[in-house]
Design a protein around this ligand. Structure first.
Ligand SMILES: C[S@@+](CC[C@H](N)C(=O)[O-])C[C@H]1O[C@@H](n2cnc3c(N)ncnc32)[C@H](O)[C@@H]1O
Length: 224
């Protein structure tokens, strides 16, 4: 029998539901939110742009790169890249979000779970401390998510906005990009709202455009 899950961390609106899963209670949510990396949730997300993410990061290539997702949030895209075959190391600086993702990973039986590693860390400090070559691709999604009509995504967005600190300002976003560029072997990929300017810093070498978002790609070397 597996040991009982640890109590939720103090100071965040987190509780355990009757099944033992970590849940967020927010006044704005009619029912508690529990993060899940199950197939239904993944299928939905894959349909909503997985292909573009894979194209931008190379996560579904025959030899997928090791990806550091430096602003992991609820780790939905990190898990999607792991499902495509990439080894993903996800950094998240907000303790409550990290705990939610860690709990979802503990409950997840999908094979991709072994390819996802989570760390509670500030990317601005962690990226420069990585060993050379550890981050083949760095993925950044630093801003709050775009509006989405789907109810499930709207709930996730509310949880992110309630638990994450304010999104980085221009200066911090520029420093994140610089740290990512210094750490990545092959490329940095930044998710942006479709019509937003690129992050401050060098210009992207390519952009992969969807209907509401785009991925700015900063190429350093050709992917293997
Ligand atoms: C838009 S959310 C990412 C959503 C994510 N792509 C997903 O699939 O759930 C941005 C996240 O970046 C985190 N963040 C912002 N700056 C960070 C930093 N310097 N280090 C680590 N995490 C950071 C925020 O706490 C927030 O959770």
């Amino acid at each position: 029998m597996s040991p009982p899950p640890p109590p939720p961390p103090a100071g965040a609106p987190l509780t355990r539901d009757e099944s033992g899963a970590l849940a967020v209670r927010l006044p704005a949510l009619a029912r508690p939110f529990t993060l899940s990396f199950d197939e239904g949730a993944l299928d939905r997300r894959a349909r909503q742009g997985g292909e573009l993410l894979f194209k931008a990061t190379g996560a579904a290539r025959p030899r997928p790169p090791r990806v550091v997702d430096a602003t992991a949030g609820l780790c939905r895209e990190a898990f999607l890249m792991a499902s495509a075959g990439a080894e993903v190391w996800a950094l998240e600086r907000e303790r409550a979000l990290f705990e939610l993702a860690r709990d979802a990973l503990r409950r997840c039986a999908a094979p991709a779970a072994v390819r996802l590693r989570l760390e509670h860390a500030d990317a601005l400090a962690r990226l420069p401390a990585l060993a050379e070559g550890e981050a083949e691709v760095v993925y950044l999604d630093p801003m709050f998510p775009h509006r989405d009509k789907s109810a499930a995504v709207a709930r996730e967005a509310q949880v992110l906005q309630a638990l994450a600190a304010a999104p980085p300002d221009e200066g911090e976003a520029g420093r994140l990009l610089a740290a990512a560029l210094a750490a990545a072997v092959y490329r940095v990929v930044v998710k942006r709202p479709l019509r937003a300017p690129p992050l401050p810093g060098p210009a992207p070498t390519a952009s992969i455009t969807g209907t509401v978002i785009r991925y700015d790609v900063y190429g350093k070397r050709r992917l293997p």
